[in-house]
Design a protein. Sequence first.
Length: 403
Amino acid sequence: MPNLETSRILHIKRLAQTLLDESGLNGRQQALISSILDDCQSLFDLCGGEWSSFDPHVLLPPTTTPPPSSTLLSPSSSSSSSLDVGDIVTFGEDTLMKRSVAEYDWASSSLGPPQVWSPTLRSLVDTVLNCKWPLLIFWGEDLTAIYNDAFIPAFANKHPWALGKTGAQVWREAWDVLYPMIEGVMKTGIATWSENRMMILERFGYSEEAYVTWTYSPVKNIHDGKVGGVICPIVDVTERIISERRLNVLKDFGDKSTTFRTVDDACRGLQEVLCAPTSVPDLPFVLVYVPNGARRQQQDAKKEEGYKDGATLLHLVICAGIEPGSVAAPTSVSNTKDDTLWPVSSVMLSGQSRTIEKPQALLEEYLKSHSVSNVVGTGMENDATAEKATTMFQLPGGMWPEP
């Protein structure tokens, strides 16, 4: 026989269920009533009762007609399911991602509208959106993504598209690595840890190396104790790792330079450093030209005159990543005219360095503007076109497909 406390709880549950069954409730009202029902269940269990043990009409006060739901919850009787930011987060400053989450059409995702989210998920989203550390949530069977403002730089151009997408969609290029980690956390409840790990990501429309420290930590639903998703804090250390690697290249060359006595010594030392495996990520190909030794004195004398009188050939002494003698690596270049791919003479005449942002585009333009037979050789048919020639020459891109 139930006691008075359990009877009162049942009465509250009955009223709440009656309201929930009514039509015309908006999303916020439905969410509040659902929360009341969950609380009734918890309180009833604490009282030692069982829902199926007795007739809910026993010991209940006389049934009364409940007041309209609008007077209980809100002056508005609108059935709109649109959400205000307050429905998602209950405190903290207004932010871009709070607005984005509130305005997103969650009904089109596997999570459904926020009105049906579990208390655990609602609380987790509330916490993440108010956190200043980069945080990402993967929730549910499809691992739907929700993240905060601090995580936007990690997604870069994937934002705002990534919100509400599945993990397989947002990290498509790395999912073969990431999914087994997440799957293990979902099954075992044991967190992962990855420190300074290199990932090849596509966040700006091209492949790039990124170094990230992160963990996937389980989040359990309070109602059943099962893992409902994972939370992922990250630290992007890409800039630090790449800067340290490049500084090490300069340091190695500086250490070796103390023993240089001749140009040949410098070339050998430079080749050892620039062509080392550790240099490949930053230097996918290397070409070093030096003036003809027999003309070196003349070259120095004519330096201020801009090499207007006579010509000096520069010879290829270091070549890595490209076949020597190919169109991209001629064995010699002139300092008076740019008759090869690389604009050597303009640099020497001006005395100013020049950065080539898109070397592959430069190569393709060079092949189109020069005779194919001259730059390709006899390896192609007589009717070869410049378009065909460009497909034969792809500058190495190192760790990326694009040079």
